[in-house]
Write a protein that binds this ligand. Structure first.
Ligand code: MN
Length: 302
């Protein structure tokens, strides 16, 4: 199946700058080997970004504008029969990529690899950074303001799995409990083993769904190994474990319909360590889809 790389260069969802440069960096790295189409969206330079920690709805309007545009592009590319790989950008961009997949494929599950659960709402967020809300928004758990552009199904929280979490805000814990989303922490990965957790995750995400959206946040990896993210969390998984998760994902490529890799922040990276890992994930994913994934026919409704 043919892929399309969609750069989503926005860091409006976090008060720290730099994630907006992630996609152009990775697209540039891919240029010499990648045969497919690349689309690059970058946030408007004229935007005066709010970084004020007391601002509870930081850049809400600008994020909606960026994501509306991204969503329309994603829908268009999926309709063309391409497999979208979306490169962030902070994680707020996933509201567009995940819901675009849901718009076309209607009943999908989701696997969210992340040190954070991204399950805050405007009522519970402590930082006001919208990149802490996307998983809740995609699951239809409040946050209506973040999916105004979407006129399809939400992704059912009972078919959503978060993997690698180790930083969950107290109120966010309540949101998780009420919504019914499944969370496997970093400790769960260590105790149960990666394969067992991933098998369980796919069982949940594929139960009575057509396909699965994957969202891979680089901050799941320990910041000693991958420092180039905006909000690092200590005690993460190592590079080997990160690649093992990827290989489990790619073993299930036939049920995956879209893929994000997000939160590379080149301004925080050290010796391009994080960029290299991100590139490795990206290149492996592209290769697997192009070589081994069967072309899925999209049913068109009239
Ligand atoms: Mn995230």
């Amino acid at each position: 199946m043919k892929t399309v790389l969609i750069g989503a260069g926005s860091d409006l969802g976090v008060h720290i700058d730099g994630a907006k440069f992630g996609p152009s960096q990775l697209l540039n790295d891919m240029k010499s080997t990648y045969q497919g189409e690349m689309i690059s969206l970058i946030q408007d330079e004229k935007i005066i970004k709010s970084r004020n920690l007391s601002d509870r709805r930081k850049n809400e309007y600008e994020i909606d504008k960026f994501n509306t545009n991204l969503y329309n592009i994603e829908v268009e590319q999926i309709k063309k029969g391409l497999f979208p790989i979306t490169i962030g950008g902070d994680h707020s961009i996933a509201v567009a990529s995940a819901l675009a997949d849901s718009k076309i494929n209607e009943e999908i599950g989701m696997i969210w690899i992340d040190a954070h659960t991204d399950y805050n709402t405007f009522e519970t967020t402590v930082s006001g950074n919208i990149h802490g809300l996307p998983c809740a928004a995609i699951n239809g758990y409040k946050c209506e303001e973040l999916r105004k552009f979407h006129d399809g199904n939400i992704i059912d929280p009972r078919k959503t799995v978060i993997i690698g979490a180790r930083s969950i805000d107290p109120w966010e814990k309540d949101n998780i409990k009420y919504s019914g989303v499944t969370v496997f922490t970093t400790d769960d990965l260590k105790e149960k083993g990666i394969k067992a957790v991933m098998d369980e995750a796919f069982k949940i995400a594929t139960y009575r769904t057509k396909s699965v959206h994957i969202s891979y946040d680089l901050d799941v990896i320990d910041p000693d190994i991958a420092p180039g993210v905006s909000i690092p969390e200590v005690d993460g998984i190592n590079e080997n474990e990160a690649m093992q998760i990827l290989s489990e994902l790619l073993n299930h490529i036939d049920v995956i319909s879209s893929f994000d890799i997000v939160e590379l922040n080149p301004l925080r990276d050290i010796n391009r360590k994080t960029e290299q890992i991100a590139l490795n994930i990206l290149a492996n994913t592209v290769q697997k889809i192009e070589k081994h994934k069967n072309i899925k026919t999209i049913e068109k409704k009239y």
